[in-house]
Design a protein around this ligand. Structure first.
Ligand SMILES: Cc1cc2nc3c(=O)[nH]c(=O)nc-3n(C[C@H](O)[C@H](O)[C@H](O)COP(=O)(O)OP(=O)(O)OC[C@H]3O[C@@H](n4cnc5c(N)ncnc54)[C@H](O)[C@@H]3O)c2cc1C
Length: 455
């Protein structure tokens, strides 16, 4: 088929890598739509600000979005601004790569008390996500408990423990840096339900916790005693072995009396967020494994906290009524082709976290997005052709609905404004968090006309 037209919904790594593979095929035009005015998904709004090298992945993603065969259309929410039928009218194939950035809940009493948040909320706030309320966090708490021992929990604990001065050279928005600068936090406690041999953090991320200036890492040696089965698992896994080595090093250290302390606690199962009116602590129950199953011992351990952040994973919420496989928690698919009742839905595909769940690193999305693109290209000769072939029709339709799509020039204006803010703080970039400011930066003519973009 000549002149294939494809919409990729979601400009995170999976969407962009899928777009790259489609554009490489030639004679394909790809629109990459995102509900946010800025591209790159969790690379921009998830990867921690002090992970500068990892964030530099956006350079590779940018090259794809600058390809003449690819067009970025930000500020377009598929499901709200456009229906699946709208997309079918304008595109021969649609790849959904909308991620899985909805947090899981703990399901314990007190979870909704003021002072109890999801790590997703905290990450969105310090990353300057346009959906995050600017004043969502105050950091008046002295003790913070982070529930979870995965890499996101590690990110969150690190950001809370670092000084504002250490984070000033990063892209954190100004209002976030102000709050971090006034932070009352002295103690951050990470809590794992299981033991260190089950924790999912990677060694590099774990090790960084020990390198935070002005903070002691505290580990109880008793938590590091392994059962024979755990010892066997650790012996057979390089990452676990290295993690245990790092943790044992910390357990052997004498605290230096640094102003901040970061505790890593294991075998504590959260049972209740304590407090009346606001969080005062986390009640946990000491736990252990019996025949591979986690069971409580009946002994409760209360941890004082004025703020609790849960980091217990993400889940997929399929867009536009796509099916969900309850067992895998993902959209059912065959090499990226969406399946409904076991049959491919013509012209509809998935990639990234939506397709395989919240696992893997950014690089994992490359083969994943490429696989989906290959399936779409293989199906191309039999795909029903979209009736609307004018590339501008989608933009006109959005305008009719009072939605201003942020094109590449709009994003470049935002990019330049953020770099200018960065120059004033002596760093590469300072993020603009406020959606209104992002849009008025993308559309300066609208501010002049005093005509406000719809979202
Ligand atoms: C807090 C956090 C930190 C991480 N840090 C690292 C790290 O340091 N290193 C690493 O390798 N990996 C890291 N990851 C994992 C990595 O970010 C993911 O592997 C990757 O982003 C998944 O890509 P994706 O494209 O599937 O989803 P996402 O990156 O989530 O992109 C989805 C995109 O879809 C858009 N979207 C959603 N709904 C709609 C809609 N209805 N209409 C239009 N657009 C929509 C979103 O705005 C977003 O831009 C981290 C993840 C998290 C959550």
């Amino acid at each position: 088929m000549s002149g294939l037209r494809v919409a990729v919904v979601g400009s995170g790594p999976a969407g962009v890598y899928a777009a790259a593979a489609l554009a490489r095929a030639g004679d394909v035009s790809v629109d990459v739509l995102d509900r946010l005015p800025a591209p790159y998904g969790l690379v921009r709004y998830g990867v921690a600000p002090d992970h500068v090298k990892m964030k530099a992945v956006d350079g590779a993603l940018r090259k794809v979005l600058e390809d003449p065969a690819v067009r970025f259309l930000g500020n377009v929410d598929v499901g709200t601004d456009l229906t699946l039928a709208d997309l079918h009218r304008c595109y021969d194939g649609i790849v959904f790569a909308t991620g899985a950035a909805v947090d899981r809940r703990l399901g314990v009493p007190g979870e909704d008390l003021p002072g109890s948040f999801s790590a997703t909320d905290f990450v969105a706030w310090y990353s300057g996500h346009p959906d995050a309320q600017l004043d969502r966090f105050t950091l008046h708490a002295r003790h913070v408990v982070v529930i979870g021992v995965g890499n996101v929990a590690v990110d969150v604990a690190r950001v809370l423990t670092k000084t504002a001065a250490a984070l000033a050279p990063t892209d954190v928005p100004g209002h976030v840096l102000d709050v971090l600068g006034a932070s009352a936090v002295t103690d951050v406690t990470m809590v794992g339900r299981r033991g260190p041999a089950h924790a999912r953090f990677t060694t590099k991320e774990l090790r960084e916790l020990g390198e935070i200036a002005g903070a002691d890492v505290v580990v109880d040696p008793a938590d590091l005693v392994l059962s024979p089965a755990e010892q066997e698992a650790v012996d057979g896994d390089r990452t676990l072995r290295a993690n245990l080595e790092v943790l044992r090093g910390w357990a052997a250290r004498t605290p230096t009396g640094a102003p901040r302390r970061l505790f890593l606690r294991f075998w504590l199962r959260p049972v209740e967020v304590l407090g009346t009116g606001a969080v005062t602590g986390l009640r946990t129950e000491r736990a252990g494994l019996v025949d591979g199953r986690l069971v409580g011992t009946g002994e409760t351990v209360d941890l004082p906290a004025q703020m609790v952040l849960r980091s217990v994973g993400y889940r997929v919420v399929p867009p536009v009524g796509l099916p969900l496989d309850e067992t895998t928690g993902t959209v059912p698919h065959d090499a990226g082709r969406v399946l409904r009742d076991g049959r491919p839905v013509p012209g509809v595909y998935v990639a990234g976290w939506l397709k395989r769940g919240p696992t893997g690193v950014i690089g994992t999305n490359k083969p994943d997005g490429t696989e989906t693109a290959r399936s779409l290209l293989a199906d191309a000769p039999t795909l029903p052709r979209a009736p609307e072939r004018d590339p501008d029709a989608i933009v006109a339709l959005l305008r009719e609905r009072r939605v201003r799509a942020v094109g590449w020039s709009g994003w470049q204006a935002i990019d330049a404004a953020e770099q200018a803010l960065g120059a004033a703080r002596d760093c590469a970039r300072v993020k603009i968090a406020d959606r209104g400011t992002l849009l008025s930066t993308a559309f300066p003519e609208l501010s002049a006309e005093a005509d406000t973009p719809s979202r």
